[in-house]
Design a binder for this molecule. Structure first.
Ligand code: BGC
Ligand code: BGC
Length: 745
């Protein structure tokens, strides 16, 4: 192989940042779809399009090459972290935190197998899962990706998922029919960062850190895991992607890992002295594959030059390439008769997505993951009961599924129509109640007549998030909608059941006090029936906490009995109806009022809708009406958006309900507008062409819109550009400026 072809095996771009022609020309060893990526720019594309895309890239990667250069097919990696959840209609299993509560390794094996089959339906080869993080600080936004704070639980369940995904080494189906390559991630100590800051620093003596955070790896390696993903975090100030002692010394030499080490999303660019497109250090430290979503071309060229000038020894390159080739060999893809993706087992068998078997398995997982924290006797619900089902999460599948569901962040604009093969918690309660001769009334805001019901079930919880977007300063749950409903029903004399959806344990003292029974439901996914199975006592509650539940709201790490309200292992069976004393409700971190950010850190608030012309742009991503909005990295991944206006197109954002406050918009204009630009605020149209001409090329600026230039302000803003225009937006918020503040653009 030529040096360039070898280097290409180590380059992993994301779909939509390259074309089939690029694939044919450069022959990337692998590629990925990010959480917001789908074939042809459509993350909601039907499964058939994913499969067709896999074929297209396969074909592009196997065309003959000049000379006797060997032809090596490419492979596709994806984040099927709780089912194949980038795909509309796939089974959505509970996130890992829920699976941890089941303690059921056999269940995990079956989930891995089912997930692998659904992945194969779309022609994909490789899963970036399981996350075997040992989350030790619940303020971390990825806590729900962790099975437990206890490394032994993580090790056992992580290894089981690996076996389910890949099969057992030596068996005939290993990495073949019904199996895909797995990835243990993120090596290591992703769950150990200071204050739970995602991608942060971990401090401490290496052996003690290993004794917690590295424990799951030998188990995954024993199970045969083919790939390990390096972590974003640093340890004692050194970024993992550049840490030779750990990536090579510990992972390979000490633990004996012989498979592929893949990097995380541009994480090599965070090594001191590296940029995203120039980083020999990572390969030298022990990385095999660079995950380089967009800047693949420059990185590839630089690596080739660095091999040629001796910065990277050829032997080092060969080792890494050898590992990638061995993975492909094991996947059966180096066989001259290897079939293209659509001709492989399970490919195109769309009935496998959310098949009855897979949904039954997910329902079993949900039921086994529910943890009853309190039950004064109201559970199980009685046959014939008239159930009032309240709370904004009761009939919201996206909220029950959490992050990494159809989109990277999940939630937001994803209403139930995006989930054709799923049952909301309310629907499941409704069907069980009716089957038992009772009834259920859906009343998200709780205005239904309490007197006409026997019991209230309030379903509420965290909004969906992923990665650093979910980082919190405390474990306070600010949203009091669920609490208010529980209190209101209790005051009306109705017994109350709280069903709390969350990606982590949180301070729930007030909600516990206001409920007669409390279910920690985690992020169950597509099968609401698993929740109703426990509520109605169709099976006993066997879920037990895999994390300590905090007594205090501050968020200091609780990993053991000290500071715990409920210890790891806690969870009641339905027969345990002992009463619980009232809990203290004081918390110094409770603040008043809600956030007014329409868009921040890459997230659109759920009360805001963004439109390009008449087309919805979910989470301010997508295309419509001549506007293209895509993720843009300002300080962190996709914490901003780049909006490209076609001639005469409009981007508008509007807020539902009552609103107030001045507008503050953080934006950057790379170049001068080529034609007039208008800002519509409420009913006012403001020509901002000149302002934009002045701010172009000056970096990030804040636009402030007050009553002074836009009396009434209203609940809608829109930008219209007559000519092509590109603008980046990082934040849109409403906040009162001091009296008399002037507009500025
Ligand atoms: C995440 C990984 C994920 C990768 C690809 C990263 O940001 O940390 O867990 O596998 O992106 O989506
Ligand atoms: C995620 C990707 C995601 C990206 C933004 C990463 O951190 O892991 O999968 O799509 O950020 O696009």
């Amino acid at each position: 192989m030529s040096t360039e072809r070898k280097v290409a095996q180590l380059i992993q771009p994301q779909i939509n940042s390259f074309t089939a022609e690029d694939m044919a020309r450069y022959r990337f060893g692998s590629y990925l779809n990010g959480g917001n990526g789908g074939p042809d720019g459509d993350e909601f594309a039907p499964a058939g399009k994913w499969l067709a895309y896999a074929d297209r890239m396969w074909d592009a990667s196997i065309g003959p090459l000049p000379g006797d250069e060997p032809v090596i097919p490419t492979i596709w990696g994806t984040d099927a972290v709780h089912g194949h959840t980038n795909i509309v209609g796939a089974t959505i299993f509970p996130h890992n935190i829920g699976l941890g509560a089941t303690r059921d390794a056999d269940l995990l094996r079956r989930i891995g197998h089912a997930t692998a089959k659904e992945i194969e339906v779309t022609g994909i080869d490789w899963n970036f899962s399981p996350t075997v993080a040992v989350a030790r600080d619940d303020r971390w936004g990825r806590t729900y990706e962790s099975y437990s704070e206890d490394p032994r639980i993580v090790a056992e369940l992580g290894a089981a998922l690996v076996e389910g995904l890949q099969g057992t080494p030596g068996d005939a189906d290993y990495l073949r029919e019904g199996r895909v390559a797995a990835t243990a991630k993120h090596f290591f100590a992703d769950g150990g960062t200071d204050q739970g800051v995602d991608q942060g620093d971990v401090n401490g003596d290496i052996e003690s850190l290993k004794a917690i955070h590295a424990v799951p790896y030998p188990a995954a390696i024993d199970a045969g895991v083919e790939v390990v993903m390096a972590s974003f975090n640093s340890i004692n100030g050194v970024k993992m992607h550049g840490n030779r002692d750990l990536l090579t010394g510990v992972l390979r030499d000490e633990m004996g890992f012989e498979g592929v080490v893949v990097g995380d999303w541009n994480a090599h660019g965070q090594i001191a002295g590296c940029t995203v497109d120039d980083c020999p250090q990572a390969l030298l430290a022990g990385l095999d594959i660079y995950m380089v979503p967009d800047d693949w071309k420059a990185l590839l060229e630089n690596l080739v030059a660095q091999v040629e000038d001796g910065t990277i020894p050829m032997a080092k390159l060969d080792e890494a390439v050898g590992r990638v080739l061995r993975l492909k060999l094991r996947l059966g893809l180096l066989d001259p008769n290897a079939a293209k993706p659509s001709a492989r087992p399970n490919a195109g068998d769309y009935a496998l997505l959310a098949s009855a078997d897979h949904r039954a398995l997910a329902r079993e997982a949900v039921a086994k993951s529910q943890v009853i924290l309190k039950n004064d006797g109201v559970l199980p619900l009685k046959a014939g009961a008239r159930v009032l089902v309240a709370g904004n999460a009761a009939d919201d599948i996206a909220k029950a599924a959490g992050g990494w569901t159809l989109t990277w962040q999940g939630g937001g604009e994803l209403d139930n129509s995006y989930f054709p093969n799923a049952t909301s918690i309310y629907r499941a309660i409704e069907s069980e109640a009716s089957a038992q001769g009772g009834s259920a009334t859906l009343s998200p805001d709780g205005t239904a007549d309490a007197g006409a019901h026997d019991v209230a079930v309030v379903v509420f919880g965290e909004e969906a998030y992923a990665e650093f977007v979910g980082d919190r300063k405390t474990v306070v749950f600010e949203d009091t909608e669920g609490l208010d409903l529980l209190r209101k029903f209790k005051a009306a004399g109705l017994p109350t059941v709280a069903v709390f959806l969350s990606g982590r344990p949180m301070w729930m003292n007030r909600e516990l006090n206001a409920s007669d029974a409390f279910l920690a439901s985690w992020l169950p996914g597509s099968e609401g029936a698993g929740v109703s199975d426990i509520l109605f006592g169709k099976q006993d509650a066997t879920g037990r906490l895999s994390f300590s539940w905090p007594a205090d709201c501050g968020g200091a790490p609780v990993n053991g009995t000290q500071g715990a309200l409920f210890n790891l292992g806690y969870g009641r069976s339905l027969a345990d109806r002992s009463t619980m004393a009232a809990l203290p409700e004081d918390c110094g971190y409770l603040t008043e009022g809600v956030s007014t950010a329409w868009f921040d850190l890459g997230r659109l608030d759920s009360g805001i809708s963004a439109m390009g012309g008449d087309t919805r742009l979910p989470n301010l991503i997508g295309e419509g009406g001549g506007v293209v909005a895509r993720g843009f990295d300002k300080d962190r991944q996709e914490d901003a958006r780049e909006i490209v206006f076609g001639p005469g197109s409009t981007l508008s954002l509007s807020q539902r309900g009552d609103t107030s406050g001045d507008y503050r918009i953080l934006y950057n204009l790379a170049s001068q507008p080529a034609g007039p630009v208008t800002l519509t605020v409420g009913e006012r149209e403001i020509d901002i062409t000149r302002n934009f001409a002045l701010s172009a090329g000056k970096g990030w600026r804040e636009m402030i819109i007050t009553e002074q230039c836009a009396p009434g302000l209203g609940n809608r803003i829109a930008f219209t550009s007559d000519a092509p225009l590109t603008i980046q937006i990082a934040r849109i918020a409403r906040q009162d400026m001091p009296e008399g503040a002037e507009c500025s653009f």
